[in-house]
Design a binder for this molecule. Structure first.
Ligand SMILES: Nc1nc2c(c(=O)[nH]1)N[C@H]1C(S)=C(S)[C@@H](COP(=O)(O)O)O[C@H]1N2
Ligand SMILES: [Mo]
Length: 319
């Protein structure tokens, strides 16, 4: 009822991955971000973007990275879902340009069932943690997927610091609510602010990332600046953007999507090709930049790391 199925054929030619740029991906990613930026963008944009000094150098490389070919920087930053900036794929990149600057100073509150709650400035929040680069597959519930080199740190590291107590069974995340900056919030498409939730053991899983950047640079507004979640074995909507609140709770939280369409979006939202969305099949996906659809893997290919979390659960009921 909320997703208008878009034909992926509408993607502009500029969004197709330039294979050559990614052949030496590892080498490429270790080079200075200024050079990387220049080689990634059309010449007209290259100059403007090299002025962005916010880069992460010498990132720890993650053992959890996939070797799949990367989706182009252009696609990752111009084909987005971020309903706070409009319900179509192009609006977030157009309307969130000023967001990272205008939304400063960014505060994140950690609260609920934990011994060390706190309110942090973004810089203080991330300072204690080691940032790494993780290349993850990312599957949207709508049937497309990308491969993205995220920069971030395990959510588990932050949770350990907050010291949840024995009543903390779930973690709830909330996006900023600010209709002045986020024009999409002036319409009732979702019950704002956007919220999401994870079971505590899902949140503690080493794959679950708090991301602050991608392609070696700080997140742009459209990708959820300055800090967002990335949960690679779940459909993309679980990866909540622009987080201002992390709360430990005893009861399973309701997410914005569960409220919008309880039959279509469940709490677990694991990538599961055997459970169709009520309005379309989930058995295949289109990797952005590729022409033919490919088969979708159970847990998006991360079963080895996460299937034990769901032992004994009926995944048709817990969709
Ligand atoms: N706050 C917020 N977070 C959000 C969304 C949103 O609309 N609002 N969209 C979700 C969906 S449906 C997807 S597929 C991913 C897209 O992330 P990307 O644009 O960085 O690829 O963000 C997720 N996080
Ligand atoms: Mo999505």
């Amino acid at each position: 009822m909320f997703f208008h199925k878009k034909r992926l054929g509408e993607l502009a030619a500029s969004e197709i991955t330039d294979q050559q740029v990614y052949v030496n991906r590892r080498q490429f990613l270790n080079r200075s971000a200024t050079m990387a930026t220049a080689s990634l963008l059309p010449l007209s944009l290259a100059n403007a973007t090299t002025e962005v000094e916010a880069t992460f150098l010498d990132l720890k490389q993650s053992a959890y990275s996939t070797d799949d070919e990367l989706t182009s920087y252009d696609s990752v930053t111009s084909y987005n879902n971020f309903y706070e900036f409009g319900t179509d794929k192009a609006s977030p990149a157009l309307l969130a340009t000023q967001f990272p600057d205008k939304s400063k100073p960014w505060r994140v509150t950690i609260e609920g069932e934990c011994d060390k709650p706190g309110e942090y400035d973004y810089d203080d929040l991330i300072r204690p943690f080691t940032l790494e680069e993780r290349v993850y597959r990312f599957r949207c519930v709508e049937g497309w997927s990308m491969v993205i080199p995220w920069v971030g740190f395990p959510l588990a590291d932050l949770i350990k610091q907050a010291q949840p107590n024995s009543r903390a069974k779930y973690v709830e995340f909330t996006t900023l609510y600010d209709p002045e900056q986020m024009p999409g919030q002036r319409r009732n498409v979702l019950d704002w602010p956007y919220t999401e939730g994870l079971r505590i053991d899902e949140a503690m899983n080493p794959l679950t990332l708090l991301s602050v950047g991608l392609y070696g640079k700080e997140l742009l507004g459209q990708n959820g600046a300055p800090i967002r979640l990335v949960v690679p074995w779940k459909y993309g909507f679980k990866s909540i953007k622009s987080i201002v609140n992390i709360r430990f709770v005893e009861e399973m939280p309701n997410s914005a999507w569960m409220k919008a369409g309880p039959r279509e979006y469940g709490f677990y939202s694991n990538v599961n090709p055997n459970v169709d969305h009520p309005r379309w099949s989930q058995s295949r996906e289109r990797r952005i930049g590729e022409f033919l659809k490919r088969k979708t893997d159970m847990y998006n290919g991360y079963g080895e790391q996460v299937s034990a979390l769901y032992t004994g659960m009926d995944l048709k009921k817990n969709f």
